[in-house]
Design a protein around this ligand. Structure first.
Ligand code: ATP
Length: 259
């Protein structure tokens, strides 16, 4: 199967600081890749590279066979964001519409197609009940569903989610992750899912990319989430403890940010 994303021997430096180097990653349609790592390890920067907003120091990235570039129609993006608290007049359906026509209002697909597309995607993410409500009135979990709908409305082949579980309660985290999983299974959308919440993604992640101190590991959950692998990456003793279907990582230099 042709990969939707191919990262080949990629290195990213900011000045003299190396975020990661010689990164190779190929993602197939429908694959769910969790991107984990401490604060500042370069997860968002990786997404920025894929979005064409950050140049690699060396190496290449192709998306659907073409070099990464700004405004790619192949990518849906859920940026890292907290609650929408301002008194924005936007309704949920308006926010989703921005995923079709950006900030240019009023693009009409023929025959009311625009509205149908928006309604369909709102239905798919289970947000139809609050489609006409102002977004700032929605709960964190509801807002996140709407943001995902916005990222999916143009039917991208690759979905990039940056911390979509941030400040959600455990139940909403579970629901949002399941929603993304449903999409990739139904439509073959490939997913890169940046998160500090390990447990909600465990049931879904086909592979994990773990970034740490300029190093990285890619593999299945069982291959990467081991005491040996993480201890080696962080150059300190890290313990991975499995209890039932949950995993606990102890001893990380940045423990507050993983659960
Ligand atoms: N344009 C830039 N120029 C220089 N340094 C940058 C730039 N963008 C990010 N950085 C730095 O690079 C490091 C990695 O940032 P990045 O946002 O990619 O990390 P992250 O893994 O997503 O972190 P977090 O989990 O906190 O969101 C940080 O220390 C950040 O300050």
């Amino acid at each position: 199967m042709t990969p939707i994303l191919a990262i080949d021997d990629a290195t990213l430096n900011y000045g003299s600081r190396r975020l990661w180097s010689h990164l190779d990653l190929t993602v197939r349609p429908g694959e769910f890749v969790a991107v984990l790592g401490a604060n500042g390890s370069g997860k968002t920067s990786l997404l920025r590279v894929l979005l064409g907003r950050q140049r690699l120091t060396s190496g290449t990235v192709t998306i659907a066979g073409r070099p990464a570039h700004r405004g790619s129609k192949d990518i849906g993006y859920v940026p890292q964001q907290r609650r929408i608290d301002t008194l924005t007049p936007l309704r949920a359906r308006d926010l989703v519409g921005l995923g079709l026509d950006g900030h240019r209002w009023g693009l009409n697909l023929p025959g009311g197609g625009r509205r149908r597309r928006i309604d369909a995607v709102l239905g798919k993410v289970g947000a139809d009940a609050y489609a006409d409500r102002p977004v700032w009135l929605l709960s964190g979990g509801e807002q996140q569903r709407v943001r995902i709908a916005q990222a999916l409305v143009a039917e991208p082949a690759l979905l990039l989610c940056d911390e979509p579980l941030l400040s959600l309660d455990p139940r909403s985290q579970q629901e949002v992750t399941a929603l993304v999983d449903e999409r990739r299974r139904a439509e073959g959308t490939a997913v890169l899912f940046v998160t500090h919440e390990i447990n909600p993604v465990l049931p879904y992640a086909d592979r994990v990319l773990w970034l740490a101190d300029g190093r990285f590991r890619i593999g299945t959950v069982d291959e990467v989430l081991t005491s040996e692998v993480l201890s080696e990456m962080y150059r300190t003793q890290v313990d991975v403890i499995r209890t039932g279907d949950r995993v606990l990582v102890a001893g990380l230099p940045d423990p507050a940010h993983f659960s």
